[in-house]
Design a protein around this ligand. Structure first.
Ligand code: KG4
Ligand code: ZN
Length: 345
């Protein structure tokens, strides 16, 4: 039987990514262009992100095919992120994917970006055991989901306010660490005392699996204000970073492990940029070891926004046959996609 070769396209936010995945398993090429221009503005500027995707995509697709060693006509399908995300950025990706697939006479499917994060660990770790708990933590989302297979999701929890990565980015900005703030804050935290400040663990005593990070951000601001005007000393910044990180990791880990224990999970899968966090990895590694539970964390390129995970979910969708027009509809919010069901579908 001839190979299935799916071109994956991801343009939901500020990373342009293209991948070629063969037979749902073999990543033949994978390119990610992080749009550095947003650093100048301290956050993602939607209009600039959409323009940059438009400029980058044609050359990146050409290059991805070259690296994969295949010609366009050897592709058997195209998969593109269609939701959730910045509408202008999503429209660029979907319009490109539709035109490209039309020109080649091959099918195109729209992929839910969060569903792709739920399964990204599969690319390196193989098929998960079910049921699994998946924690997706990024700049836009903090989602805790029970996954019983492809398309079988029970939404357990989400953030009530800021996403975990958003809290990192905002606190990092206050500490003068630039954007995106997660990686430098994580690095700085390694040099500080995590017990220096007793930052709140919101919702800790409440049952359930939801997260909240906005109070934590305010608590950091209050501590800094009490220390007088900037610049702050390096040891103070490191202590604030370490204490902030301890609170975030504690919030994420307690809720995740509660879900693991309550739901009898047989694997824990992570996804999203915050899954790169050193503190979170260490804590979950120790807890999963104690439970003899497989912890499946993708490598950093596959944690962050990437087209490989889009091609993976796209391959599964293509196996199911043609999608209707609604499958390619661009939608900004996760809620509107109908994926995040809180009772079994
Ligand atoms: O998944 P991602 O690349 O894009 C979104 O869909 O948002 O996640 C980016 C987010 C940013 O908020 C970034 O600060 C955060 O992930 N991040 C981290 C780390 N690396 C990236 N947060 C904490 N620790 C890290 N090591
Ligand atoms: Zn993402």
């Amino acid at each position: 039987m001839s190979a299935h070769r799916v071109l994956g396209i991801e343009t939901s936010c500020d990373d342009t990514s293209v991948a070629v995945l063969e037979d749902g398993r073999k990543l033949r090429s994978h390119l990610i262009a992080a749009q550095d221009l947003h650093r100048l503005y301290g956050g993602v500027v939607p209009e600039l992100a959409a323009r940059a995707h438009l400029e980058l995509l044609p050359a990146m697709v050409r290059r991805a095919l070259e690296e994969a060693g295949i010609a366009p006509h050897q592709l058997t399908g195209v998969a593109v992120t269609r939701a959730p995300g910045l509408v202008g950025s999503l429209v660029v990706g979907v319009a490109f994917a539709r035109a490209y697939a039309y020109a080649l006479g091959i099918p195109v499917v729209g992929v839910n970006h969060i569903e792709a994060h739920l399964h990204s660990a599969t690319l390196e770790h193989g098929e998960s055991r079910w049921p699994a708990i998946a924690l997706v933590v990024s700049g836009g989302h903090s989602e805790l989901v029970e996954v019983s297979g492809f398309g079988r999701y029970l939404w357990l929890g989400s953030t009530l306010d800021d996403a975990a990565g958003e809290a990192y980015d905002k606190v990092a900005k206050r500490l003068g660490l630039g954007f995106p703030g997660g990686p430098p804050l994580d690095a700085l935290a390694a040099h500080g005392n995590p017990a220096a400040f007793d930052f709140p663990r919101p919702l800790r005593e409440r049952p359930g699996y939801d997260f909240s990070f906005s109070g934590l951000k305010t608590a950091v601001a209050t501590v800094l204000e009490s220390c007088g005007p900037p610049p702050y000393s390096e040891p103070l910044l490191a202590d604030v970073a370490a204490s902030f990180q301890a609170a975030v990791v504690d919030s994420l880990a307690t809720r995740t492990l509660r879900a693991v224990d309550d739901r009898g999970a047989r694997a824990l899968n992570l996804g999203g940029g915050v899954a790169c966090n050193r503190g979170l990895r260490e804590r979950l590694e120790a807890e999963c070891r104690a439970r003899d539970l497989p912890l499946r964390i993708p490598s950093p390129r596959l944690c962050a926004d990437n087209a490989a995970m889009v091609a993976l979910v796209g391959s599964w969708l293509l196996e199911r046959g043609p999608q209707d027009e609604a499958g390619l509809e661009v939608v900004a919010s996760l809620e509107e996609t109908g994926l995040a069901l809180t009772s079994p579908a």
